[in-house]
Design a protein around this ligand. Structure first.
Ligand code: AR6
Length: 186
């Protein structure tokens, strides 16, 4: 499904984020930036060792203590089809009372802001925090889509924002929330 928000296309797709041919894909990293499972594992596996090398450099120059939750950094895409990878850290779900929604929103907004700063116009997100970090899909979808909508209404240099959901049921959840927030798709 697809919507137009100001001048930008917002699309919901089912698939593997590492297949995306865009300016940047977003990685659901952890604060070590040293790789992991899920999206993070897939990106490093398919993107090759350059990405990890760049992450190590970012750790030693910019974030020696690790990348805080909600922040974002950028590396090249290595062997991926995507030109760059934006690494962000989503919150671990603790039941909703630990500022999770604000931190999740920060992860999306800071990723978009970094993309714009680097002149990148087409970006693909996975569903941040809804795997290993245990964030409930419905709540995550509401925050993810609401944050992107607000961002696109304020800034007009982004051309395309895709959400790549791994399963059909995750895609349906995002679609329901998107229809409630944006109205009928195009
Ligand atoms: N493409 C698209 N979506 C995917 C893919 C893929 N290749 N693989 C998994 N998903 P997760 P998190 C979905 O665990 O919850 C890592 O070990 C998955 O179904 O990747 O933010 C990091 O190093 C889920 O809905 O990220 C961190 O330690 C969503 O992507 C930690 O996990 C996110 O799942 C981050 O946990």
């Amino acid at each position: 499904m697809e919507w137009l928000i100001d001048k930008a296309k917002l699309r919901l797709l089912q698939g593997d984020i590492t297949d995306q041919y865009v300016d940047a894909i977003v990685n659901t990293a952890n604060s070590s930036l040293m790789g992991g499972g899920g999206v993070d594992g897939a990106i490093h596996r398919r993107g090759g060792p350059t990405i990890l090398r760049e992450c190590k450099r970012i750790r030693s120059y910019d974030w020696p203590e690790g990348l805080p939750t909600g922040k974002a950094v950028i590396t090249s895409g290595g062997r991926l089809k995507a030109r760059s990878v934006i690494h962000t850290v989503g919150p671990v779900w603790h039941g909703g009372g630990k500022d999770e929604a604000r931190l999740l929103s920060d992860a999306y907004r800071n990723s978009l802001e970094l993309a714009i700063k680097k002149g990148l116009k087409r970006i693909s997100f996975p569903s941040i925090s809804t795997g290993t970090y245990g964030y409930p899909m419905i709540d995550a979808a509401r925050t993810a889509l609401g944050t992107v909508k607000e961002f696109l209404e304020k800034k007009d240099s982004m051309e395309e924002v895709n959400f790549v959901l791994f399963t059909e049921s995750d895609l349906r959840t995002y679609e329901e929330i998107a229809i409630a927030l944006f109205g009928k798709p195009r």
